[in-house]
Design a protein around this ligand. Structure first.
Ligand code: VG1
Ligand code: CO
Length: 546
């Protein structure tokens, strides 16, 4: 075995987006591409030297090869120990839990989340810091800068790949590789937050029809352990539980569009009382009930309003935070609870400081992400267990009745997101620039009987460390009544994805059961007038509506 320094070109475009570096697998397979990025991370994280690194991914194609490379590079960069999930598997929330529990100095999470996998699919890599959360912008910026000047990477040559399938210790040079069970630490953590006895009793009821769809992604083993082994759910209630390198050819994004069978069974056909799904790396969740799909924004609001019903939050919550495009449903709950509510830019990294400072306990995003201070990532199964806990202790209530009662008390925020995917980047920019240019003239204008009160490009100042993030999305606000938001995705790998977000508040319980798209139509029309997006792109409709 020997240590080598290998010359590498500085690759263009290794800029981490909303959640790490995401590219086509074929891009990552270029000689030196992964290595250059990983070396840049190691160069920017000297704290890893002599410390522990956590490593694992969602099991997609290229996961195992990438892990073998990263292990040999870690050994060559002075890292003392690497904790790696068995088979190379660690869900994003589990990786966060392992970093925290074992006081690791950081972690590398290999995933492109909900993006499709396989040889023609996407791959991704994300650096998490010692608090278990995604590296803040200052760090990802430094990593990007480093990728532009890098000339060499360091790697250990070994005779054979590390056996990732057997639990236990191995050595590469002076570095220890410890293969750990990917579920254990996470299962212990969640076991301490929820009323498992009550959930077990709920799942045992003959009249409670339950299904969890792991979408052939990473949550299969986690769901089997927690839901089936620990909570006694029937084995057949966890479907698509075998993680596959290409997710079975599917798009592991838990929403009504990409999980249509689950949606049909629960919402349209009413065959299930509770159904849920998670994404590629296990950090997203979709919650469905009989006849109802819960919007993620509402889900965060309901969990905040009922948090004390779960043992882990019985003492109450310190505050909540939501990403800017997420609906203001949680704000209404925070007002009632007299706790702080923060509005952050899109991406989990912006919650880290607030969680570390104890300012918030729960946080979430409209993109099917919800979590709490138990980790520093969003957590799909956590949200599922939280909802099961609520249903278990609110006897006689259903998902629908819980939501209706919530809306009656706090008002309903009608909400929808429209995505235009793989748009020509110049056309996407042109549409957003049109709206940006119009922003100063919008206040005072009428939108479907409402009046625009403010319009801006969202900027955020972190209340904990004072760091500023500009250009985080265009907002058109009609007081407390409505909002329209437009921004470009930072996770795609093909062209540009334009996201339009629509929110409308309805306080009157008699008007809370309307068709969502119909109620939002004036905002949808206004967005087209201001951006010209459909006209510019020639698209008749969004690719995905959630
Ligand atoms: C999207 C979502 C954002 C989420 C991010 C990562 O980002 O909008 O809310 O945090 O994906 O989610 P963007 O920039 O494409 O809108 V995932 O499950 O990577 O982990
Ligand atoms: Co994800």
């Amino acid at each position: 075995m020997s240590l080598r320094e290998v010359a590498t070109p500085a690759f263009e475009g290794q800029k981490p987006g909303t959640s790490g570096l995401r590219k086509k697998v074929t891009v990552f397979q270029q000689p030196g591409y992964l290595e250059s990025f990983v070396q840049a991370v190691f160069d920017c994280a000297p704290e890893l030297q002599g410390g522990t690194l956590v490593l694992g991914g969602d099991g997609r194609f290229f996961n195992r090869s990438a892990i073998q490379i990263i292990l040999r590079m870690a050994a060559a960069n002075g890292i003392d120990r690497v904790l790696v999930g068995q088979g190379g598997i660690l869900s994003t929330p589990a990786a966060s839990a392992v970093i925290r529990r074992h006081r690791a100095r950081g972690g590398l999470v290999l995933s492109a989340s909900h993006n499709p996998g396989g040889p023609d699919g996407d791959f991704g890599i994300k650096y998490n810091i010692a608090n278990g959360g995604p590296a803040p912008e200052a760090v990802t910026e430094a990593i990007y800068k480093r990728t532009q000047t890098i000339r060499h990477y360091r790697i250990f040559d070994t005779d054979a790949p590390v056996n990732l399938d057997a639990i236990g210790n191995r050595k590469i040079g002076n570095m220890t590789v410890t293969v750990i069970d990917p579920v254990d630490d996470y299962a212990v953590l969640l076991g301490g937050l929820f009323d498992f006895d009550a959930i077990r009793a709920l799942l045992a009821r003959k009249d409670f029809r339950f299904r969890f769809d792991a979408m052939h992604a990473v949550t299969g083993p986690y769901a089997k352990r927690l839901l089936v082994e620990m909570l006694g759910a029937p084995a057949k209630s966890v479907i698509n539980a075998e993680p596959l390198e290409d997710f079975g050819g599917g798009h592991p994004d838990p929403n009504p569009v990409y999980a249509p069978e689950l949606y049909k069974a629960a919402v349209l056909d009413g065959e299930l009382d509770f159904a849920a799904a998670s994404d590629g790396d296990g950090d997203r969740n979709m919650i469905l009930g009989k006849g109802i799909a819960v919007t993620p924004s509402d889900s965060l609001a309901v969990l905040a309003a009922n948090a004390t019903l779960a043992p882990g939050y019985a003492k109450g919550i310190a505050g909540v935070a939501r990403s800017m495009p997420t609906s203001r449903a949680p704000d209404a709950v925070a007002r009632a609870l007299k706790i702080e509510c923060f509005e952050t830019p899109t991406g989990w990294k912006f919650f880290g400081n607030l969680l570390d400072a104890g300012r918030i306990t729960l946080c979430g995003e409209e993109s099917y992400g919800t979590s709490s201070d138990h980790v520093r990532e969003k957590d799909g199964l956590w949200a599922v267990l939280f909802w099961l806990n609520l249903l278990a202790v609110k006897r006689g209530e259903t998902v629908l009745s819980i939501l209706q009662a919530h809306w009656k008390r706090y008002g309903r925020h009608y909400y929808s997101r429209h995505d235009y995917e793989a748009v020509d980047a110049r056309q996407a920019t042109e549409a957003l620039n049109r709206l940006r240019a119009a922003l100063p003239s919008l206040p005072g204008q009428k939108v479907g009987g409402m009046v625009v009160t403010a319009a801006d490009d969202f900027a955020y100042r972190d209340p904990v460390d004072g760091s500023e993030s500009k250009g985080q999305g265009l907002r058109v606000i009609c007081g407390e009544q409505a909002r329209l938001i437009a921004r470009l995705s930072g996770t795609g790998t093909e062209g540009a994805t334009v996201r339009l977000y629509f929110e409308l508040f309805e306080a009157d319980p008699a008007k809370q059961a309307d068709d969502v798209q119909a109620r939002l139509q004036p905002l949808i029309d206004f967005a087209e007038i201001q951006t010209g997006l459909r006209k510019i792109t020639g698209r008749a409709a969004p690719d995905v509506i959630t």
